[in-house]
Design a protein around this ligand. Structure first.
Ligand code: FEO
Length: 397
């Protein structure tokens, strides 16, 4: 069902509960919504579309709201196909619709969908009057793609924000945050950010600065709830994530073939707990999906990576995590590493190099030949104490 958000703005998005992997990579245990919005005024305007396999139900929703009126504008904030997928269908259904986008957007519309007629290029800060509603466009490149922009309805102080402030997890009945148990959405917002937008901390900061002086009463993102009551919370979450500011807590992410590196993970976790760290998340990299590991690494300031040496390199699951971390340029972490080797130790050298490259605060490392011995536990204890001291100010013993 379409849903009225206020007098003239309608939610016409859809829920996807059948796709297993977003971007064919990221698990969707609770689904995802593709959000689109329709404004009825003297002119009618649709903002973004939905993934193509939902276009039939999507177009039925739009028709039910338009109730015989024509669609004047299709405004494209973001061209990734989870949102642009139904552009061609909209043009087929409403041949006179004018498509509004910036120069990069229009190039992508031609590239993806071979559409180059009845398009209108807008620039940063341009406005479009629909009647009572006046929309202003803010170019926010790289939040998530180069063409990304946001549309702001000055009349109702509504920000159509594209992927920004979006979450995984479908909408179960309600659409507005006031209608939902939003606690369920926070972790899926972090996972969405860490995996989709996480590389672009600097552009997100620039976008937040651009929005700083604007009164916002409603945020309409392309995924997840429409924010009205929790606007301060979602904006501050984006401030934290985009500045790579982690909470007090430690992620221990390890790979282990035969349990020796895993044993170190358990020992160091116990010592962290003894040292007063409560938020400790342990991920076996052969079991946890990397999207959840990354989300926790964005969430917490402390990071310990464990890896055995494998074929003279990092264990492949740890190497994959390291690549993902480097891609996202994750900053400001308090770091340590550990691992086992049998005839040549390489993993710790590589993980130390990672810490140097990322300019993390290195708290120490521990490497054991084949297996950890009781008289070596003290070394892991010191590593745990060093990390705890940086996080929670525990006095070193
Ligand atoms: Fe939800 Fe970048 O697309």
């Amino acid at each position: 069902m379409a849903k009225k958000l206020n007098n003239d703005i309608f939610y016409v998005g859809v829920n996807d509960r059948k796709t297993h992997l977003f971007e064919n990579m990221l698990p969707l245990p609770y689904g995802v919504s593709y959000n689109s919005y329709l404004i009825l005024d003297e002119k009618t305007a649709l903002i973004d579309t939905v993934e193509i396999s939902f276009s039939e139900q999507y177009i039925a929703k739009i028709a039910s709201i338009l109730n015989g009126r024509k669609l004047d504008y299709l405004i494209i904030n973001h061209m990734e196909p989870d949102h642009s997928g139904s552009i061609k269908m909209i043009r087929r259904e409403y041949p006179e619709v004018q498509i509004i986008g910036n120069a990069k957007t229009l190039g992508m519309i031609e590239g993806f969908y071979s559409i180059n007629d009845s398009v209108c290029e807008i620039k940063d800060n341009d406005t479009l009057t629909l009647g009572k509603h006046e929309l202003q466009f803010f170019l926010t490149p790289m939040v998530h793609w180069p063409e990304t922009m946001m549309s702001y309805d000055k009349t109702t102080c509504t920000l159509f924000s594209g992927d920004a402030f979006g979450t995984f997890r479908a909408l179960n009945g309600g659409v507005l945050d006031s209608e939902l148990v939003t606690d369920l959405y926070w972790d899926e917002m972090i996972r969405y950010y860490a995996n989709i937008v996480g590389k672009y901390g600097v552009p997100v900061q620039k976008a937040l600065q651009k929005l700083a002086g604007i009164k916002i009463d409603m945020i309409c993102s392309t995924h997840g709830p429409v924010w009205t009551e929790k606007i301060t919370g979602v904006v501050s979450m984006y401030q934290k994530l985009s500045s790579y500011e982690g909470e007090n807590g430690v992620v221990i992410a390890y790979g282990s073939m035969y349990g020796n590196t895993e044993q170190m993970a358990e020992i160091v976790a116990s010592y962290l707990s003894e040292a007063g760290v409560k938020n400790i998340v342990i991920h076996n990299l052969s079991k946890s999906d990397p999207s959840y590991v990354l989300a926790d690494i964005f969430k917490y300031k402390g990071l310990l990576i464990g890896s055995p040496t494998y074929s003279n390199e990092l264990y492949p699951k740890a190497a994959d995590l390291v690549t993902k971390i480097k891609t996202r340029g994750i900053k400001n972490r308090v770091f340590g590493c550990f691992g086992s080797f049998t005839w040549a130790g390489v993993a710790i050298k590589e993980l130390t190099e990672l810490a140097n490259q990322m300019q993390w605060e290195m708290c120490g490392s521990f490497e054991a030949k084949m297996s950890i011995k009781p008289n070596q536990h003290e070394e892991l204890k010191q590593l745990a104490i060093e990390i705890a001291a940086k996080l929670v100010g525990v006095t070193k013993r």
